[in-house]
Design a protein around this ligand. Structure first.
Ligand code: ZN
Length: 69
């Protein structure tokens, strides 16, 4: 997944990066132990209005999906 157009102002000026705290932001499923290194949530920002949208990376989605089977 990615954000190619701002859902708030319709701008196409989108930059991608990480939201930082002490380290990268990560989502951990209750169903999984700690399988990722660093962040697993990628964030896009609209360069015109500043709106941000975040996605868990595909590799971690696959781990959550395979844990269901
Ligand atoms: Zn915008």
């Amino acid at each position: 997944m990615s954000m190619t157009e701002c859902p708030k102002c319709a701008s196409a000026q989108i930059e991608q990066g990480w939201i930082l705290s002490a380290g990268k932001i990560a989502f951990r499923s209750d169903g999984l132990s700690y399988p990722f290194e660093g962040g697993n949530v990628r964030t896009y920002v609209c360069l015109d209005c500043g709106y941000t949208e975040s996605y868990v990376v595909k590799e971690y989605l696959e781990k959550m999906n395979s844990n269901k089977k």
